[in-house]
Write a protein that binds this ligand. Sequence first.
Ligand code: NI
Length: 162
Amino acid sequence: MALRTIRTEGDSVLAKKSRPVKEMTQKIRDLILDMLDTMYDAMGVGLAAPQVGILKQIVVIDVGEGPIVLINPEIIETSGEQTGEEGCLSVPGMSGLVTRPNYVKVKALDINMEEVEYEGTELLARAFCHEIDHLEGKMYTELVEGELHHVTYDEDDEEEEY
Ligand code: NI
């Protein structure tokens, strides 16, 4: 296990589309474990493979309910709306208001390449959208309503980075 370097805004890898994973290999298993370590080390709630420089459709998420690994994820249902502060491990120290669906259902493969479905509301729904956007080369900063702002110390505890 190892920590990987998190790429930050301006790195062209973050603007590229990721490719689907066709089969599980030891290398990809190691990558997923490293991504989890890297996310926890950075105290983020989600991390997508392009953020560590790998253009594969892999996402890890933990909103405090245990780790979720999504391979080749697809959003299959959304409903409602939530507007809230969002941040990103690739845009450290910044945050902005983003509107997302309040409910999101995703279909993906797990680490054993078996089909899984997850439903999330609120923070988890937001994390699904944010991470899946990374796989499309999209950053949340494109969606921010109003101004992207510096996270102040007080807010730091409440705001999540993905
Ligand atoms: Ni992010």
